[in-house]
Design a binder for this molecule. Structure first.
Ligand SMILES: *Cc1c(COP(=O)(O)O)cnc(C)c1O
Length: 386
């Protein structure tokens, strides 16, 4: 491997339309943002409740900084576990109605921690093919047997479970699939886990705060409770801040404290973030209008797609993917929308399967009806010219 090799590989990536570029965001995350010096309406964030730029959270973060300082200064098991972290863990457990919760720095690290702490060489992990990359990486790192089933195919999952001789079995699934927006059949997954004595690991990165009557997430949405469930959600999406947590049975959580390497060998997040998250949880529970507005915007978008050349995938969540197909066409449509002041990211392989490049429209309670109307107008304009 030499530098010319890397240059050739990068050029090949570019030639296939797969080279990624970063835009420069010059305002807080919101519906209307300043990007590369220009104001646009954006449908690119995971800020589903519109809280990332909320001044109340900024004030709570400032208050947290004044009270706790900026850096945690140590890992949780040494002397980095601040009172704010501890209070947040209690509040999160209560929020999702599970016995105990544990904070992680990121969802990526939480997934690595869960799977590597609960599964090893003699175990097997059963995973939906469309799971998030962090869950797949976690399984590889755990050295457990890796059995992937076609997206949502419970019959295929059951066959794999029935044939397994593994010591311990983990079924892992996104709750809301990040590039498709559909919701996993958690109740049915749990039934299979009970039948075959498996754990069920649910990654609710896109459901926490959004799904369920009070934003409790996918488990509240389905009304399921079980000591077999290991629940993970992130705090940088709907909650508008940063971080992640795992919740479940006390012994599961204690196992993570003792064995999850991404928990043990890293500095605790700044306690000011935990302080801000305590404020965020209160807003999520109290401001039901955010979930109602989001539902209205989703309906408005679906209705407004009639007559368009592209179809939305079947999704009832804030993630509304518009399938385009070829990489270059998806990129072209995204660029044409950007020229009209509307940002929607084109998602290409390997993030999604070959031939299913798409525009991932994500809606937020920060959007207004006018924002969605502007998106629809732009889509119809671009579709008519394509
Ligand atoms: C975003 C995401 C993660 C990673 O969470 P971070 O806190 O951003 O690291 C994990 N799983 C899913 C499904 C996600 O969408």
């Amino acid at each position: 491997m030499s530098l010319p090799d890397l240059a050739a590989e990068l050029a090949a990536l570019d030639a296939r339309g797969l080279k990624r570029h970063r835009r420069l965001l010059e305002s807080p995350q919101s519906a209307r943002v300043v990007v590369d010096g220009r104001e646009v309406v954006a449908f690119c964030s995971n800020d589903y409740l519109g809280l990332a730029g909320d001044p109340r959270l900024a004030a709570a973060a400032a208050e947290g900084a004044a009270r706790y300082g900026v850096g945690a200064g140590a890992s949780h098991l040494i002397l980095g576990h601040a009172a704010a972290h501890h209070r947040l863990e209690d509040a999160l457990a209560q929020f999702v109605r599970l016995p105990r919760a544990l904070l992680f720095s990121t969802g990526y690290m939480a997934n690595i921690g869960i799977v590597t702490a609960l599964a090893g060489r003699d175990d097997a992990v059963f995973a939906d093919k469309l799971n998030h990359a962090s869950l797949n990486d976690a399984v590889l790192l755990s050295r457990a047997g890796f059995k992937r089933y076609p997206h949502g195919d419970l019959a295929a999952l059951e066959k794999l479970l029935a044939a397994s001789q593994a010591r311990r079995k983990l079924v892992v699934s996104d709750a809301v699939f990040s590039m498709d927006g559909d919701i996993a059949p958690v109740t049915d997954l749990l039934r299979l886990c009970e039948r075959y004595d498996a754990w069920l690991v649910i990654d609710d990165a896109h459901g926490f705060g959004v799904l369920g009557e009070t934003g409790g997430g996918a488990l509240q949405h389905y009304g399921v409770v079980s000591p077999r469930i290991v629940y993970m959600a992130t705090l940088g999406k709907a909650a508008g801040v940063f971080g992640a947590f795992v919740a479940g049975e006390p012994d599961v959580i204690e196992t993570l404290v003792q064995h999850a390497r991404p928990y043990i060998y890293t500095t605790a997040t700044p306690p000011l973030l935990a302080h801000a998250l305590l404020a965020s949880l209160e807003i999520i529970a109290a401001e039901h209008w955010r979930r109602e507005l989001l539902a209205q915007l989703i309906n408005q978008l679906k209705r407004g797609m009639a007559g368009l050349r592209w179809r939305l995938m079947p999704s009832d969540t804030a993630i509304q993917p518009l399938v385009i197909g070829p990489n270059d066409e998806a990129l072209h449509v995204s660029e044409q929308l950007a020229a009209r002041g509307v940002l929607v990211p084109a998602i290409r392989p390997p993030t999604v399967p070959q031939g299913s490049a798409r525009l991932r429209i994500s809606l937020s309670a920060a959007h207004s009806e006018q924002d969605v109307a502007q998106l629809l107008q732009a889509l119809h304009d671009v579709g008519a010219r394509a």
